[in-house]
Design a protein around this ligand. Structure first.
Ligand code: F6R
Length: 354
């Protein structure tokens, strides 16, 4: 039930800090990330991970990949299920497949699972709906614990998918000092961002409700989030949006910048913050109306959305905090256009056809 909420999407955005806490409670034992030993053993035998998913779940996989590589030291590829099913790359000797899905019923991912089973490759599904095709027909399954997600646009499942991958990567790495503490602080930060929604509504009204196109740019993990930011805004507000690596602007897309074109920059990665800022400046010089979403430690006073500070290793959690304003911008743009936020045209919650 959505109670006092006008749409399920807003309720589900609001629930994200709570979902993070559920995941911490479920997956930590005595401060240590705890994953079934059989799962860890099977993954540790692998020479490469193949993450398979669609849409928003694919975007979560892009973020997860960074943790599997950096923390667990396992080379990881992320693939769009519908592409992998008909055109897969050369597969390593000992692959391990990770399916990510909110519904567990995405036909494109099921198609890949059938291939994986035939080849006798090991597999794990991270799903929100347990007891679904993708959790039943697989070697292992782990729950995302986001609770029912009703709005067509996925929100809390996305952050739950990222957090679950982080916990799995930490468990593979042999524990992680203070991950529980870090994730608990992150949940507090997520709530603080959610509580700033009125400000984000004002920005959506100012920048996006009357725009026919928009761009999201960022680098590294922030570039991964631009894809999700663009998808969210496209699917519920019908704005033509592209999200891409900021460095690619000057290789083509900058020609689309006109007077007043909204360009939104995501900045949570210290190595590239300055570069993304220069790219934003380049679009301003062509008339763009820029909005900057930055973590506090990398923010400048004029930035439109300032997220809580994330320094050191915590920087890797940037996408989780960025998820909230990009979801809220999409929500309020759709709302501002008086659209049916929860039921965008032509879309189904679970895509059971290929
Ligand atoms: C976008 C969205 C879709 C799904 C995709 C995969 O907001 O919800 O892109 O992420 O259809 O669905 P699942 O995760 O159920 O496999």
């Amino acid at each position: 039930e959505k109670g006092a909420y006008p749409f399920f999407m807003l309720k589900e955005i609001d629930e994200q800090a709570t979902v993070a806490r559920h995941l911490i409670k479920h997956y930590f034992v005595d401060g240590i990330p705890h994953i079934d030993a059989a799962i860890l053993k099977s993954i540790k035998q692998a020479d490469r991970l193949y993450i398979i998913a669609a849409g928003t779940s694919y975007h979560a996989g892009l973020i997860g990949r960074r943790f599997f590589e950096k923390w667990a030291g396992i080379p990881t590829e992320v693939h769009i299920a519908s592409e992998f099913a008909y055109d897969h790359p050369l597969i390593s000797k000992n692959p391990f497949f990770i399916f990510i899905s909110q519904s567990g019923e995405t036909a494109d991912s099921i198609q890949v699972l059938e291939f994986v089973k035939k080849a006798h490759y090991a597999s794990l599904t991270l799903a929100n709906v347990m007891n679904s095709t993708l959790t039943r027909d697989v070697d292992f399954a782990l729950p995302l614990l986001a609770g029912p997600e009703i709005a067509v646009a996925s929100t809390k499942a996305y952050t739950a998918q990222i957090i679950t991958q982080i916990i799995l990567a930490a468990a593979l790495a042999g524990g992680h000092t203070d991950l529980q503490g870090q994730l608990s602080r992150l949940a507090v930060d997520m709530q603080a961002v959610i509580d700033g929604k009125d400000h984000i509504k004002a920005l959506a009204d100012d920048y996006l409700v009357n725009a026919d196109r928009a761009f999201y740019i960022g680098r590294g993990a922030d570039a991964d989030v631009t894809l999700e930011a663009a998808l969210k805004l496209k699917e519920i507000s019908y704005t033509l949006v592209e999200g891409f690596a900021a460095g690619e602007l000057k290789h083509g897309t900058i020609s689309l910048i006109e007077h007043g074109t909204p360009v939104i920059g995501l900045i949570s990665q210290s190595k590239t913050a300055g570069l993304t800022r220069s790219n934003l400046e380049e679009t301003i010089a062509r008339g763009a109306k820029t909005m900057t979403i930055a973590t506090k430690n990398l923010a400048s006073a004029n930035d439109e959305i300032i997220l809580p500070e994330l320094t050191g290793e915590m920087e890797m959690f940037g996408p989780i905090l960025e998820a909230i304003p990009i979801q809220l911008l999409a929500y309020y743009t759709s709302l501002g256009r008086k659209l049916d936020v929860d039921h965008p045209r032509n879309l189904a919650k679970s895509v059971t056809v290929q």
